[in-house]
Design a protein around this ligand. Structure first.
Ligand code: NAP
Length: 619
């Protein structure tokens, strides 16, 4: 079969056409159909805008019925996995499940929530949703439209659907796994049949996700086995290409020890916050990253806090503790294996059983929600142990604490500019409360590193937070506090790639004099033309608070013009208040300067997000 693409109507350059001709040369019909299905799957999983009429009308190879994505024959024998993921964890779980299902010969498609065509929901027979919850009960950005659609009036009745939900979250937040819970309840309300109970995975994701996934796979096998599974080649979603395998050998399980190159305070010494610029060497690691990625730091807990816990609970640190085939001294568990600076609801539940405190018991009842929120927000583990004394055995104590999770820092450099280095912007958490000093695990670890130290690290890719491939696009960056970190990398990258698009940065912090992070760099960038606009909001330099969203509103008209002309908008920083306030400001700007209704403005921003032109990296 000859599959010569039409030179005039195809969207390809001469080079790509030649490549295509070489690729398809000599392939038999089956192989060509397989290839067309594969490419259709790639398009389906990455497409944000409808196919142009010219391209649709002139597809070089028409899609055969056996690989058409929504073919009715496939739906009843197909498992659909929809995921919504902010930091990549839900995506990883969904991908792993999809790979296993594919390996088991099932017809599976894996779809990111913002590329899922919700009109297909009414036709689904078997659906698994894997979704995380952000901050105060918000969906991940890539699932906002999906969650809104499901909750709304337009969601169809789903009597034909069987489903299960895996929620991911962080139990130190009161709204733990709220989005998973909401979707689970809503699908049932729409008449779908819940196959098995919702999973609620905490930071130690695998302990819940692994049994949930096993059950999901068993059920899918059972339900789809009587129908003849579609041949492997007909699987529309290209699972292997969706699962990006990082070339490096260094992972969260096996981090690279990166030598410390610099650890410099960039906030004034007499200011309130201690903000560090940290530089690490990646030389000979083979690690590479893109602007927008995060660096995972595998920290050691503060030794002084471990000593304080041991003393308070009257534990012997050298005593061996075994848990799930792992054995270490109690001190080692607390130093390197367990969360001891944060607090989780499951720990509080266990502690309440031992503390016999009415106040604590009340906080765990539904009506004690506000007290629980305060406890989880303000208290560290040691504060709870002091406020509500209880007897613990060492083994039970270790078992009740969550595994120590690596901390993710947005990378503040571009590898094109700094070579084998990676830079971070770190706010050192160190404050007095309840009469004692409190520190954060990773920031304290980084801040107190000796000069010749090494830091165990790995790269956490973040494909949702990427500069536009088209370097002529303008970019708007909103990053108060240490949220400015990735934008230092963005601006370095735009300079290195000689991007012709303009760069506009919104930054805010308490005081101009003490907290103007990277001031000299921004001023130089403004001068040499790699930064075009800089808007500042120093919140405490005047009697009324001034935040980045005030600057956004003030510049609303110009901002809207940039967006209407194709600019990409990025937000990084605090998820609980700032991200929501900035989102509201952007919506108001679209209403006022775009002449849209509230609902249309929401749709406009959702559409921007779906097109990856409004990306947020917030937690
Ligand atoms: P911060 O606490 O976010 O404060 C920065 C500035 O924002 C201050 O001037 C603060 O003003 C102001 N602010 C307070 N409430 C605000 C609101 N509702 N809207 C807009 N601005 C507001 O700075 P930070 O200590 O550097 O912390 C940065 C936050 O970003 C942390 O929560 C950190 O975890 C997060 N972060 C996330 C990422 C990521 O997700 N990749 C990366 C870096 C940082 P006042 O204090 O005067 O009220």
């Amino acid at each position: 079969m000859s599959a010569q693409p039409n030179r005039i109507l195809s969207p390809f350059s001469e080079d790509k056409l030649a490549l295509l001709a070489r690729l398809t040369e000599g392939l038999d019909t089956d192989s060509l159909y397989w290839l067309s299905g594969y490419v259709a799957g790639v398009a389906a999983s990455s497409r944000h805008v409808p196919l142009s009429a010219a391209v649709a009308a002139n597809l070089a190879v028409p899609l055969p019925a056996s690989v058409a994505p929504a073919a009715e024959a496939q739906v009843s024998t197909r498992l659909t996995i929809v995921y919504g993921s902010q930091t990549g964890n839900a995506k990883r779980q969904a991908e792993a499940l999809a790979r296993e299902a594919e390996g088991a010969g099932l017809n599976v498609r894996l779809v990111r929530a913002d590329t899922y065509a919700t009109r297909e929901l009414a036709g689904e027979r078997l659906l698994y949703v894997v979704i995380s919850t952000q901050g105060d009960g918000d969906p991940p950005d890539d699932a906002r439209g999906f969650v809104e659609f499901l909750a709304g009036k337009r969601a169809p009745k789903l009597p034909q659907l069987k489903f299960a939900v895996l929620g991911l979250g962080d139990s130190s937040y009161p709204q733990f796994c709220a989005i998973g819970t909401k979707i689970d309840a809503r699908l049932a309300e729409l008449g779908a049949t819940r196959l098995f109970a919702r999973g609620e995975a905490d930071l130690d994701i695998a302990s819940v996700a692994a049994p949930w996934s096993k059950q999901a796979l068993d059920q899918a096998r059972e339900l789809l086995k009587s129908d003849s599974p579609a041949p492997r080649a007909a699987t529309v979603t290209p699972l292997r290409s969706a699962v990006h395998v990082h070339a490096s050998a260094w992972t969260r399980e096996k981090p690279f020890t990166a030598p410390l190159l610099a650890n410099q305070r960039i906030s004034a010494r007499d200011g309130g916050k201690d903000i560090r610029h940290v530089e690490l060497s990646l030389e000979s690691s083979g690690l590479s990253y893109h602007p927008g990625d995060a660096l995972g730091v595998v920290a050691t807990n503060p030794p002084s806090l471990v000593d304080a816990l041991l003393a308070l609970l009257k534990f012997d640190g050298e005593r061996a503790v075994s848990l799930q085939a792992e054995s270490h001294s109690l001190r080692e568990w607390l130093l390197r294996k367990r969360e001891i600076t944060t607090l989780s609801k499951p720990f509080l539940v266990e502690h309440a059983k031992r503390a016999k405190s009415e106040a604590l018991d009340r906080a765990l009842l539904p009506e004690g929600r506000d007290v629980l929120r305060e406890l989880l927000g303000d208290y560290q583990l040691i504060d709870v142990l002091r406020a509500f004394p209880a007897d613990w055995s060492a083994d039970e104590f270790v078992a009740a604490l969550r595994p120590l999770a690596p901390r993710m820092y947005s990378i503040a450099s571009s590898q094109k500019a700094v070579g084998d280095e990676v830079h971070l912007t770190v706010a050192v958490l160190d404050y007095e409360k309840f009469g004692t000093r409190h520190v954060g695990a990773a920031s304290q670890f980084l801040a107190t590193l000796p000069e010749d130290a090494g830091v165990p690290v790995f790269i956490e890719e973040n494909d949702r937070f990427r500069l536009p491939a088209d370097t002529s696009r303008d970019v708007i960056m909103i990053g108060p506090g240490t949220g400015v970190a990735p934008f230092r990398g963005f601006i370095q990258e735009r300079a290195e790639t000689s991007a012709s698009g303009r760069n506009w940065l919104f930054f805010g912090n308490p005081h101009f004099r003490t907290d103007f992070l990277y001031q000299v760099e921004w001023q130089k960038a403004l001068k040499d033309g790699t930064l075009h606009k800089l808007d500042l909001a120093f919140s405490r330099d005047q009697s009324e608070k001034v935040y980045v969203q005030h600057s956004l509103r003030r510049r609303g008209k110009e901002l809207y013009d940039w967006i209407a002309n194709g600019a990409h908008v990025y937000v990084c920083g605090d998820a609980t208040r700032m991200a929501a306030d900035v989102d509201a400001a952007l919506r108001d700007i679209v209403i006022e300067h775009g002449g849209k209704s509230d609902e249309d403005a929401r749709d406009f921003l959702n559409q921007l997000a779906a097109e990856r032109r409004y990306a947020r990296d917030v937690y």
